[in-house]
Design a protein around this ligand. Structure first.
Ligand SMILES: *Cc1c(COP(=O)(O)O)cnc(C)c1O
Length: 376
């Protein structure tokens, strides 16, 4: 069997790691149930691409096996192979990014379902099915507004002219571009385009919505939904209260305590100058751990014993550590080895994402590989 490239070795960085990443698998299960219950007519699938958004495909997929989830989505063939070895054969695994001609056999061997994303892929898959006289499962994607993957209405005509028998897709899909903005006009336009498209495949289940699309309402649900981010606790309705259970906690340790006089500068580039004497702590997370350098001087973290007191990250974030101003803790006892919350209930992913001018998705998928990982 081909070796999947994703290997999880929880023993690699254990008690000697600088920081601990805790992933609440129960919260992922609760998030699945919440999303599944929200879509009465549709089944809920799960997107576990990019190593389950950085949280670990193996433990996440195993947790989701305790739910009603029967349909999984990954981006690449290798991820599909890895997931097949985790899940066994009774689950559908869709590979969103399509397939290369030379990969067709591997898809079939591992019982993976490609999402056919252009006319060439459709024609090739049809030929494979014709040659084998077998309708190998494949999803058909329609481009309704992303201009990324999927056939357009002209392609559809060509397919119909050439008669795609015996090929019938097992799923029709499209992807929403602006679902995180409930009022965006493209949501309705894409819905209408999708309906016009699936009209040609009346007996085939349809799938339009990822995490945010589920919250647009029943019209967007169709037969199968494809949430990723919301399963992992990311807010699917930005600007509104996050309905999801939090999944990720990242705690780092204090490596060193220091006091600096007024006028001292902190870190590379001397981007921070103390305007008075300060107490600092050096903390064991850096940009190599996915805590972006662009967050320098822009974000606060919390001492776990004093979660209500924001501690500013000052100076540039280094590769392996960052510096925080602990003067706001005043006379409270702070020691080497104390834990600092970087991500968690008191330091929401959304706040970090906003400060880094990005989205929670990028914060999660950037999480480094040298944390001690705890699944509970
Ligand atoms: C990544 C992806 C999803 C999941 O999106 P979320 O916003 O994380 O829920 C669903 N469908 C497609 C096609 C994707 O690429």
């Amino acid at each position: 069997m081909m070796q999947p490239y994703i290997s999880i070795n929880p023993d690699l960085f254990t008690k000697n790691a600088g920081a601990t990443l805790s992933i609440d698998l129960n919260a992922i299960i609760k998030n699945y149930d919440l999303l599944n219950n929200k879509t009465k007519m549709a089944r809920c699938g799960a997107v576990v691409k990019a190593n389950a958004y950085g949280l670990g495909m193996l433990p996440v997929a195993r947790a989701l096996q305790k739910t009603e989830c029967k349909n999984f989505f990954v981006a690449y063939l290798d991820e599909g192979i890895a997931l097949r070895s985790i899940l066994g054969n009774e689950y559908a695994i869709y590979v969103l990014n399509g397939f290369y001609p030379y990969d067709a056999k591997t898809f079939i061997n591992y019982n993976l379902t490609p999402v056919l994303n252009d006319l060439k892929q459709v024609k090739l898959w049809v030929q494979i099915c014709k040659d084998a006289n077998f309708n190998y499962p494949a999803a058909l994607q329609f481009d309704t507004g992303m201009s990324r993957f999927g056939i357009d209405i002209n392609d559809l005509r060509i397919i119909q002219d050439e008669s795609i028998s015996p090929f019938i897709p097992t799923l029709t899909i499209s992807h929403l571009a602006c679902a995180d903005d409930l009022n965006h006009s493209l949501n309705l336009i894409q819905l209408q385009r999708f309906k016009a498209f699936i009209h040609h495949f009346p007996s085939v289940p349809a799938s339009l919505s990822a995490s945010s699309g589920i919250f647009l309402g029943e019209n967007w649900h169709f037969d199968l939904t494809r949430p990723g981010a919301a399963l992992y606790g990311i807010n699917p309705v930005p600007g509104h209260k996050n309905p999801m259970y939090p999944v990720v906690t990242l705690r780092s340790k204090i490596l060193q305590l220091r006091e600096i006089p007024k006028g001292a500068t902190v870190g590379y580039g001397a981007t921070f100058t103390a305007d008075k004497a300060l107490k600092l702590a050096i903390v064991s997370t850096g940009y190599a751990d996915g805590f972006f350098r662009s967050l320098s001087n822009k974000i606060c973290v919390k001492h776990i014993d004093h979660p209500d007191i924001p501690l500013p990250v000052i100076g540039r974030i280094s590769m392996d550590c960052l510096c925080i101003n602990i003067s706001p803790l005043a006379n409270k006892k702070v020691m080497i080895d104390d834990e600092i919350e970087i991500i968690g209930l008191n330091c929401p992913i959304e706040t970090i994402a906003n400060a880094a001018n990005t989205i929670g998705y990028e914060i999660l998928t950037a999480l480094g590989n040298r944390y001690r990982r705890i699944y509970n």
